[in-house]
Design a protein around this ligand. Structure first.
Ligand SMILES: O=P(O)(O)OC[C@H]1O[C@H](OP(=O)(O)OP(=O)(O)O)[C@H](O)[C@@H]1O
Ligand SMILES: Nc1ncnc2[nH]cnc12
Length: 181
């Protein structure tokens, strides 16, 4: 299906002052409720990575799991979960980061990667970049590499995509919103 940025953006709802005053929350639930739009999103990502050397899909808790599962299924790759603190059993590695709403921790199981893997990291949105950067540090600690970090939405005013560029993490997003959009 041909990607139509206008359709995708029209299905992302700005919610002022959620979850706290001053934050414009970009709500993707209308997008997930549109099979046609979700097919556009999934098809664009599948096309982009189908011939790539990606060996693993890394999906970020929680909204990134939805995209991650689709991509892992379609590309027939193992799915590695990056979860909020305290959710993963067995031996884990943890990284802390600061998001738009506060201090957080993200974890991965130590035996999820063994070294040399090329990981496609997926999430719904880049804001400060804290989450993607923390997941990228975990991937590096396990001896693997981020092939690319991909999301549906970039919020460039929050500086995340610039921080990721500064950290040499290739980044791909399907659309962007300026602060006043
Ligand atoms: O670029 P950042 O500033 O790190 O922000 C982006 C992250 O914030 C949101 O997750 P959230 O922590 O709200 O969790 P959720 O997916 O469980 O709703 C979003 O899904 C990203 O994971
Ligand atoms: N503004 C925002 N909208 C939706 N999810 C977010 N995660 C971090 N910042 C966000």
């Amino acid at each position: 299906m041909i990607f139509d940025e206008y359709t995708i953006k029209s299905l992302i709802r700005p919610v002022p002052d959620f979850p706290k005053p001053g934050v414009v929350f970009r709500d993707i639930t209308p997008l997930y409720q549109s099979p046609r739009a979700m097919r556009m999103v999934a098809d664009s990502l599948i096309q982009r990575y189908v011939e790539s050397p990606v060996t693993h899909i890394g999906a970020i808790d929680a909204r990134g799991f939805l995209l991650g599962a689709v991509l892992a299924y379609e590309l027939n790759k193992p799915l590695v979960l990056f979860r909020k603190a305290g959710k993963l059993p067995a031996d884990t590695l943890s990284e802390s980061y600061t998001s738009e709403y506060g201090e957080c921790h993200i974890e991965v199981q130590r035996d999820a990667l063994h070294g040399g893997e090329q990981v496609l990291l997926l999430d719904d949105l880049i804001a400060t970049g804290g989450t993607f950067l923390a997941a990228a540090r975990l991937i590096k600690q396990l001896g693997a590499e981020v092939y690319e970090a991909a999301a549906i939405i970039d919020l460039p005013d929050l500086g995340g995509s610039r921080r990721m560029q500064d950290a040499d993490i290739p980044t791909f997003t399907l659309c962007a919103f300026e602060e006043n959009e």
